[in-house]
Structure formats: C-alpha cells, structure tokens
Design a protein around this ligand. Structure first.
Ligand code: UDP
Length: 239
C-alpha cells in the first residue's frame, strides 16, 4: 500500500543560505540541483509545489542599514537577490524535467513574469512549479512573510520551511547541546516563547489563515517527500 499524502498543495520556503552550500556566498549549483531533485520527488507524489526562496546568500537589507545606509534601498537589493536565486532554482528544476515559472512581485518582464494571484493559480493548475520571487515587493518585510502571504493566497495546505536543522529547538542546537526539539507547537506558543524560526509577522499571518508550518531539514536528500508522507523529523506548528 502506498503512503497517504499529508498535503496536496504546499508552499516550500527555502532560505537563500541553503543555496550557498559550503561556499560562504552565492549559489552552489549542486545544492540547487539537489533541492530541485527533492521537489521533483514531491511533484511525482502528486503534490502541487510552490516555492519562495530567500536572498540571504547574496544580500540582506539590514546589512546596508547597519552601516548607516538607506534601509529601503538595501531591501530593494535584497529583493533583487531573491530574483537571482529564483532564476537559478528554476534552471535546476527544468534540468529535472519539471515545468517551472518565476512570478516576481516586482515587474521585470525581460527576466520573468510578474506576480498576480490569478496567474499563480493558473500555473499551479497547469501542473507547473511556481517560484515566487521578489519577496512581498515591499521593504521592511522578509521572505518568511512573503512565504506566509503567498501560502494564504494560493490556499496552501501547509507552509514547509526547509531549514539548516530538523525542526524547532528550545535553543540553537548548534551551540547549545541541551537544546530540545519540539514535535508540535501552536502558532501562539512560537510567538510567546520567541522561538527563532520565522519572524512574528509570518507566524501571525499563518495563524490567522490556519496554515500549519512544518519545519524540517532541507539538507536531507529525500526529506521533503518524507514530510509529505507525514514521516521524517520535523516540528509541526498548528492551531
Ligand atoms: N526583502 C524585502 N521584502 C520582502 C522580502 C525580502 O525587503 O518582502 C529583502 C530584505 O532586505 C531581506 C532580503 O530581501 O533581508 C532577503 O530576504 P531574506 O532575508 O528573507 O532571505 P533569507 O533569510 O530567507 O535568505
């Protein structure tokens, strides 16, 4: 008997940092290809996958602001970084035979299509993997918030947050050996405990729209398919 699929339509959020592998900056194509292979497994399970990718491997607006620069311009640069990553990921997805489209919150028609909710839905229904680029299109937001927003707009069954570790911990497991992993949490607990998994705006938006968040490791090959089958190590944030 085949495993039942826990979610039919998902929004996968991958941080820009995941794309850089061990390089320290930019895009490691091998890592992009591996993530694409995992997405292919998910699509083969019959799951509709949309993706938001961050830009932290290239640029973050706060880096400009912290040196006395203009935050808004810095955030514009950060949003452009997400477009670069989205184009790289689309290239990898196409290598695996997937039909993928980049929809950007900021119009740049020579590079990719512009976002609209209707266009996103149409492409998903055509069986395409949709990559949402440009974050929300506004400064002072993050791509976590963009992921929560797009998840709500497409009616995703879950927001899958691929991170460096396999769930939400009470402290940073890389520096604190006593850190404990949570299996399940409510959105309210994540906010109350100040757990460092997504920014509060993103968690609040998913709570309001009753979208569960599943936090899992993006570095485990095949991990995405396991999560979709309701297996694998993760923390589920629910109502
Ligand atoms: N950004 C923004 N508005 C958005 C999304 C992103 O201004 O709606 C900018 C912001 O400067 C941010 C950068 O883009 O630091 C990259 O996004 P993020 O830090 O969320 O990427 P990640 O940490 O996921 O790699």
């Amino acid at each position: 008997m085949t495993d039942p699929i826990a979610y039919k339509r998902v929004l996968l959020k991958v941080s820009g940092e995941a794309l850089m592998g061990n390089q320290g900056f930019g895009i490691d194509v091998e890592v992009a290809d591996r993530i694409a292979a995992d997405v292919k497994q998910a699509v083969d399970l019959g799951v509709q996958v949309a993706i938001v990718i961050g830009g932290g491997n290239i640029f973050r607006g706060v880096a400009v602001a912290s040196r006395g620069g203009d935050r808004v311009t810095g955030d514009h640069m950060g949003m452009l970084a997400t477009v670069i990553n989205s184009l790289a990921l689309r290239t990898s997805l196409v290598k695996y035979g997937l039909d993928a489209v980049v929809l950007s919150a900021i119009a740049m028609p020579q590079l990719c299509e512009s976002f609209s909710q209707r266009k996103a839905m149409w492409n998903i229904e055509q069986g395409r993997v949709v990559i949402f680029a440009g974050g929300t299109g506004n400064p002072y937001f993050t791509t976590d918030s963009a992921a929560a927003l797009r998840a709500a707009e497409i009616g995703a069954d879950a927001l899958l947050k691929g991170t460096q570790v396999d769930g939400i911990y009470s402290a940073d497991p890389k520096t604190d050996p006593s850190a404990e992993r949570y299996d399940r949490l409510t959105h309210a607990q994540v906010i109350q405990k100040g757990l460092n998994v997504m920014d509060i705006a993103a968690v609040a938006l998913t709570r309001e729209n009753r979208i569960p968040i599943v936090v899992f490791s993006i570095h485990e090959h095949g991990g995405l398919a396991l999560i979709l089958k309701g297996q694998g190590r993760s923390t589920v944030v629910h109502e």
